[in-house]
Design a protein around this ligand. Structure first.
Ligand code: ADP
Ligand code: ADP
Length: 244
């Protein structure tokens, strides 16, 4: 069965009125269907405001759909629940565009990586440190970086740290929202290569939001083109990029 599946996903944003303005509802997603098989990458492309980030946050269990069904590993996500259960939360992790925003300048890299283990598991301290050091190597950094602070790292290295943190709980699904858009082109290629290697090695499934077609062409197996909250095209990468 697919690692993630959405059926008729709708998301409404309600904006309260005021003395001067009536309340309004924006339907950001108008009934989206998709599924992604294990080890594959679904790219979500579309213009700014089309609903990409809204869909990404729903798949990452950070936001809930207003209507529709979301299944992770065949298990129906309870969209009424305030927070998904710990088992479900550890299966899905998200990486954002801007690694500067998500890293606390006062938090050592080691603590950035071990925090998910502290919150979600009862892994002993020694093992937490060993797993964090091993993960730093896996993403192309060094075990010695464990004791350093985020400001000592370049943009690409910080994105590697964000990826390492996302992998600490052994998720099956990564939701990546424009993960290389803030990086220089040569660094983009390095981080995309890393993501492709990690996917092969760990059998990861990706939902990858991008506005950049050259990135999509490199990383995607399937592509969903979204416009004004609707999936206007959904096909394999080869079909999307085939010459007419
Ligand atoms: P992006 O296009 O990269 O998703 P945006 O600038 O559209 O970035 O959105 C940034 C943040 O602002 C998001 O968290 C989004 O949910 C929120 N946002 C976007 N549009 C609105 C809006 N009309 N009202 C309130 N928040 C919004
Ligand atoms: P994209 O990621 O493709 O730029 P978004 O998902 O950020 O698109 O936004 C889709 C639509 O939903 C836009 O019209 C945006 O203004 C609106 N929107 C996004 N987040 C919010 C929010 N928190 N409150 C109200 N409207 C929002």
């Amino acid at each position: 069965s697919p690692v993630v599946e959405g059926r008729g996903i709708v998301r409404d944003y309600h904006m309260p009125g005021s003395m001067m303005r009536r309340s309004t509802t924006v339907r950001a997603l108008k009934g989206i269907d998709f599924k992604v098989e294990k080890g594959k990458t679904l790219a979500i492309v579309g213009e700014s405001g089309s609903g990409k980030s809204t869909l990404a946050r729903i798949v990452a269990l950070i936001d809930a759909p207003s209507e529709g069904e979301l299944l992770i590993d065949g298990q129906r996500v309870d969209i009424e629940a305030k927070r998904p259960g710990p088992e479900l939360r550890s299966k899905v992790q998200m990486v954002f565009q801007n690694p500067y925003g998500s890293l606390n300048p006062r938090q050592k890299i080691g603590d950035v990586l071990t925090e998910p283990l502290i919150i979600n598991t009862d892994t002993p301290a020694g093992e937490r440190r060993d797993r964090a050091r091993a993960m730093l190597e896996k993403v192309g950094l060094m075990p010695e970086h464990y004791n350093r602070y985020p400001h000592m790292f370049s943009g690409g290295q910080r994105q590697r740290i964000a990826i390492a943190r996302a992998l600490m709980l052994n998720p099956s699904l990564l939701v990546l929202d424009e993960p290389v858009s803030a990086l220089d082109l040569s660094v983009q290629a390095q981080v995309l290569n890393l993501l492709a290697d990690l996917q092969d090695e760990m059998g990861l499934t990706y939902v990858f939001v991008s506005h950049d077609l050259s990135v999509v062409r490199y990383i995607a197996d399937e592509v969903m083109v979204i416009s004004k909250g609707e999936a206007v095209e959904q096909a394999s990468r080869d079909a999307i990029f085939a010459n007419p």
